[in-house]
Ligand binder design. Structure first.
Ligand code: M6R
Length: 606
């Protein structure tokens, strides 16, 4: 996720506004930033790696001057977070500048085509194809506007793009597909930006650009058309009266709810991991004699799921280990033959860093799945996968958990293919099911909101809650328990349901809520009998299962059905209702789910 902004005025200098707007977008990414303005027919650019403020101290953005400009704050996807990969990107003539948020899926083929026509690329980004494509069409005689539209029609994937040209300083061109873009108008200025908050500081007239639309922005007008057929779109500007803080949540009352709803996109981004890094990591794992998944909290639960799927798909045994326990549990035996796959959203969790530094010192291969690029973990790891979930503001991990799962599934399937453990049909089936998960999560979000609110009403006054899972969803039960406990402060217990009769069933009495996860695999019949056991003893059962399963509906007091995927992938789809249950329970208890007491987003102490 990146942030983009563009401003055009009929006269005067827009740089101060551009800079302030860019700062408001910094939550969307902060590993590099840049700005381009047109002055006296020339394109002027400042860009570098680092946070906006650091770059400003180095070069002074306000030394630029112009009445049209674009700016970008980056969360790197393709290409390391360095100066050359920072946006804006330009064409060969350095007269066209482009900022972009999203991922252009067909950039490699476009790049190859453009290179054959003589274009010289400087960065490793997907974005740089856009200014070169515009240049290519301008070379053939098209004006900037038409060349922009023609270029955008060639793009596949997700994008919000803004472009300016030194030869046409009277307009900003912008377009969107999947990534957000908002337009604004007022005070003799036209605006575009990735979000409303960065605009409400300047204007109260805003209008979201729709999916598959482009816009021509001038200081006093905005004209919108469809990219596909150029048909005009008529949509009125709306007056917004909200504070910057309210606007940042994009209409959601809390960041946590916003982040839960971002998952259809963030899972999709994680599934765009580059094949060469997956192959590289898979070859290190294949050569290791032992594999450890090392992580803390929610990321540890992702490691547990990883352990199941690596075994089931790739026949690789991996031990999930709580990071703070790694050294005392396995320290003496760690050797050069081992691989440690650290999973950490922040890449800064001290317990995780302690474990990997220790393992590395003993010669083990350190691998990582991270969300924050340029974090300490990325510097320690031999190979890392960047899950691309974007910044997560809520303390409770939600979208980054499903992003970790998606990355692990993709890695497991890469490993299975490279080790020859799955036949072609099986591999195709699993890949197809995995790539369906973003859409299924979108359906889940559309279906379960009311059911989860009903469950929250039941849980809000509970003395304690029990979560049960089996097989691949044992970790999902743990994750549901952690989510509920950390933001609603209700003591909760989770365990593999097979443990019921070995102790915990003594806690079950009339009215105790038991949340049970049932997937349609070899564990189902045992799980159903575990639910019977607790129900007979008076528990209120809340069952999450795949749609159309009659046996399950017979044992559920409240049934939450989610659309079917292969049972192996249900950890991605089943966790979504659990996140919502935790969220609504916290809200009903009058708590702020974004800021649970005593917790921090990144735990940098042991
Ligand atoms: O940044 P990390 O993934 O390493 O963080 C690990 C845990 O601190 C984190 O998952 C924590 O458990 C969250 N509060 C869970 O919602």
């Amino acid at each position: 996720m990146c942030g983009i902004i563009g401003i055009i005025a009929s006269q005067g200098n827009i740089v101060d506004e551009l800079y302030r707007g860019l700062k408001l977008l910094e939550y969307r990414g902060y590993d590099s930033a840049g700005m381009a303005v047109v002055r006296d027919g020339e394109l002027l650019i400042i860009k570098d790696k680092g946070m906006i403020e650091e770059i400003h101290r180095r070069y002074n953005f306000l030394s630029l001057e112009g009445s049209v400009g674009i700016a970008h704050t980056r969360w790197a996807t393709h290409g390391a977070p360095d100066k050359v990969n920072a946006h804006p990107h330009t064409d060969c003539t350095e007269t066209i500048a482009v900022v972009h948020n999203g991922i252009i899926e067909n950039y490699l083929e476009l790049k190859e085509e453009l290179m054959k026509s003589g274009h010289v690329f400087r960065s490793r980004t997907d974005t740089e194809v856009v200014p070169h494509l515009i240049e290519e069409y301008m070379r053939s005689g098209l004006p900037f506007k038409d060349a922009f539209i023609k270029a955008v029609r060639r793009l596949r994937g997700a994008y919000a793009i803004a472009a300016i040209s030194a030869n046409s300083p009277d307009k900003i061109m912008c377009a969107r597909a999947e990534s957000p873009l908002v337009l604004g108008i007022g005070n003799g200025r036209g605006y575009c930006s990735s979000d409303i908050p960065s605009l409400v500081a300047f204007t109260d007239s805003v209008l979201p650009l729709g999916e598959g639309e482009y816009a021509v922005i001038t200081p006093d007008s905005v004209s919108i058309r469809r990219i596909s057929d150029d048909s005009p779109v008529r949509r009125r500007f709306k007056k917004v009266s909200m504070s910057v803080e309210e606007a940042k949540k994009e209409g959601y009352p809390h960041y946590m709810l916003k982040e839960i709803h971002e998952q259809p996109y963030t899972i999709k981004y994680a599934l765009e991991l580059q094949r060469n890094y997956l192959d590289l990591m898979s070859s290190f794992i294949d050569r290791a004699s032992r594999l450890f998944f090392v992580a803390a909290g929610t990321s540890y639960h992702a490691g547990m799921v990883g352990s199941y799927v690596f075994s089931k798909l790739a026949r690789v045994v991996g031990f999930p280990v709580i990071a703070s326990e790694f050294v005392s549990h396995y320290g003496e035996s760690v050797s050069v033959d081992d691989a440690v796959l650290a999973i950490s959203q922040s890449g800064e969790t001290r317990d995780v860093l302690w474990a990997v530094e220790y393992a590395k010192a003993r010669g083990a291969t350190v691998l990582a799945i991270v969300n924050v690029l340029a974090s300490t973990l990325t510097r320690i790891a031999r190979v890392y996968l960047h899950q691309q979930s974007g910044p997560e503001i809520g303390v409770a991990a939600t979208k980054t958990y499903t992003g970790q799962l998606a990355s692990l599934y993709l890695l497991a399937l890469t490993l299975a293919r490279n080790r020859g453990k799955l036949g072609q049909d099986e591999l195709d089936h699993f890949l197809q099911e995995l790539y369906r998960t973003p859409g299924v999560v979108r359906e889940v979000l559309g279906q379960v909101e009311e059911d989860t609110k009903r469950v929250a009403k039941l849980l809000k006054d509970a003395r304690y809650v029990i979560f049960l899972g089996r097989g691949v969803n044992t970790a999902t039960a743990h994750e549901g328990r952690l989510k509920l406990m950390e933001i609603s402060y209700i003591p909760s217990l989770s365990y593999p349901a097979g443990e019921n009769k070995h102790g915990p069933i003594s806690l079950v009495e009339k009215g105790v809520p038991v949340v049970a996860l049932v997937q349609d695999d070899e564990t189902k019949k045992y799980m159903l009998s575990n639910i019977h056991e607790v129900r007979t003893r008076g528990a209120k059962t809340i069952v999450i299962s795949s749609s159309g399963d009659e046996e399950v509906s017979e044992v559920a007091d409240i049934l939450i059905e989610v659309p079917r995927v292969d049972p192996l992938f249900t950890p991605i789809t089943y966790v979504v209702p659990l996140q919502l249950i935790a969220y609504y329970t916290a809200v009903l208890r009058g708590l702020d789910p974004d800021k649970p007491r005593n917790l921090a987003k990144s735990v940098t102490v042991i």
